[in-house]
Design a protein around this ligand. Sequence first.
Ligand code: PEP
Ligand code: MN
Length: 339
Amino acid sequence: MIVVVKDSATKDQLASFTAWIEGRGFKTNLSQGDNETIVGIIGDTTQIDPFLLESMDIVERVQRVSEPFKKANRKFHPEDTVVDCGHGVLLGGGHFQVMAGPCSVEGANLIQIARAVHASGATILRGGAYKPRTSPYSYQGMGEKGLDLLLEASAELDMPVVTEVMDPRDVQLFVDKKIDIMQIGARNAQNFSLLKEVGKTQTPVLLKRGLAESVDELLMAAEYIMSEGNANVILCERGIRTFETRTRNTFDVNAIPVLHQLTHLPVIGDPSHATGYTRYVRPIAYAATAAGADGLEIEVHNKPSEAWSDGAQALTPDQFSDAMKRIGLIRAAVTAEVE
Ligand code: PEP
Ligand code: MN
């Protein structure tokens, strides 16, 4: 249930109103935007009489929210969330950012790739140090040493890093090392203990859509993080499993505007895992940008044929540079004021 509060309400009135609600055993979520102040009421709101609320002086109107996701719901928080990714990089609410780098951190080539993507306009460096591989016999990542290489590159280039955390027991290490953004990968998209653990931090979380996860399930996964107190969630459409076998996954471009309607959280697109082949990555990056994504995550490798993982979908630095120029043009076209 949401309560829209009148502009004339004072801070004291608002505080006693939320105390009154909380005194009845509910949680509240306050959203103070430029145009409206909204109090979200979380709990079994069938126990609340909306007419009683509407009769209160400070209440403008009351609306029931039927969706099970509350904190992620745009009705609770009409304005876009802007996530502060560190190093002065904001994402969401009109701030478009591109995350780029290798699938896996492999060693000394990381800094080379990082310099190249940074020079082309990428604002966030990606790279996996802990890799969720379908086979236990595939390369599993460099672990902590990989995090350190990312942090060295981050310091040199003054750019935030995003890297995947797979195990709740590693979350504290990521926090201690001041990793800017923790990625939850598609294979862990509904690992609720991991979601709750990252929810207890204030580190931004890049939450990828699960392999066969509906939009509503993705939003409930975000709700797990937010219900623990971390509101810094970025959603990522990275393709879903369908009957199509010509591509690694099927990029659900619909999900971008659908998510923007349902949630205030930023939404980015990952054309690399969505397609699985270098030749399709650029067209799908453009489609995601045109559909209103708040950013992209793209895999780039200096020698894709020698990459330790996902070489088949990596762009070379030159291909990435070309893509960035076109992404800029598309972004300008979709955000331009037209008569
Ligand atoms: C990745 O980003 O390297 C990755 C494993 O992605 P996903 O979880 O989307 O498959
Ligand atoms: Mn990958």
